[in-house]
Design a binder for this molecule. Structure first.
Ligand SMILES: NC(=O)c1ccc[n+]([C@@H]2O[C@H](COP(=O)([O-])OP(=O)(O)OC[C@H]3O[C@@H](n4cnc5c(N)ncnc54)[C@H](OP(=O)(O)O)[C@@H]3O)[C@@H](O)[C@H]2O)c1
Length: 169
C-alpha cells in the first residue's frame, strides 16, 4: 500500500484557520476530489467535523480518542496505527491521509508520497503543515497554474516521493 499525504499549503506552511481552509481555490479542491475519488481517505476528527460529513465516493476513516464520536458515514479508528491497519485490510493500492495538521504531523515520517499544492501567498492561520524542504524529496511531477478569475493565487501542484520504499503488505 502506498501511503500518501494530500495537502495544500501556503508559502509559510499554513493549512488552516478557525477550522477552515484559509483561501478559496476551487481548482485545488477539484484536484483533491479527482485524486482521492474512489480511494480510502484517513483524517483527524476535527477535519471530519470541519467537512461536516464523510467525503463522497470514498471510504472514510476518522481518527479520534473519543469513545462517543460515532458518525454514521465513516469508520472510526482510535489511533493512527489502527486507522492504517483498517485501511490496509482493504488491500488498496494507495491510501490518502487528508489531514488536518495533527494527523499530517504524526504521519509525515510514514508516507511514501506527498501531493502538495503550494499556494503562492503567505497567510495567517492556526494550523500548519511541517516545514518540509521539497528538495529533500524526489519530484515526480510539478504543474504550475496562474491565478485566474476563480482562483486568486498562482499555485503549483507537486507530487513528491520520499525515495525510501519500505516493504509493504
Ligand atoms: N490545507 C489543507 O490541505 C488541509 C487539509 C485538511 C485539513 N486542513 C485544515 O486543518 C485544520 C484541522 O486540523 P487540526 O490539526 O486542527 O485537526 P485534525 O488533525 O483534523 O484532528 C485532530 C483530532 O484528531 C484526533 N487525533 C489526533 N491524533 C490522534 C491520535 N494519535 N490518536 C487518536 N486520535 C487522534 C483527535 O480527535 P479527538 O479530539 O476527537 O480525540 C484530535 O483532536 C482545519 O483548519 C482544516 O481546514 C487543511
Amino acid at each position: 500500500m502506498i501511503l500518501s499525504h494530500i495537502v495544500a499549503v501556503s508559502k509559510n506552511f499554513v493549512i488552516g484557520n478557525n477550522q477552515e481552509l484559509p483561501w478559496k481555490m476551487p481548482e485545488d479542491l477539484r484536484y483533491f476530489h479527482q485524486v482521492t475519488a474512489g480511494h480510502i481517505v484517513v483524517m483527524g476528527r476535527k477535519n471530519y467535523e470541519a467537512n461536516g460529513k464523510a467525503l463522497r465516493n470514498r471510504t472514510n476513516i476518522v481518527i479520534t480518542r473519543s469513545e462517543s464520536f460515532r458518525p454514521g458515514d465513516a469508520i472510526v479508528a482510535g489511533s493512527i496505527d489502527e486507522a492504517l491497519r483498517v485501511a490496509g485490510s482493504y488491500r488498496p493500492e494507495e491510501c490518502f491521509i487528508v489531514g488536518g495538521g495533527e494527523i499530517y504531523r504524526q504521519t509525515l515520517d510514514m508516507v511514501d508520497r506527498i501531493y502538495i499544492t503550494v499556494i503562492d501567498t503567505e497567510v495567517q492561520g492556526d494550523t500548519y503543515y511541517p516545514e518540509i524542504d521539497l528538495s529533500d524529496y524526489r519530484i515526480i511531477s510539478k504543474i504550475s497554474k496562474k491565478a485566474d478569475a476563480e482562483n486568486p493565487f498562482d499555485h503549483t501542484y507537486y507530487i513528491v516521493e520520499s525515495g525510501e520504499w519500505r516493504v509493504k503488505s
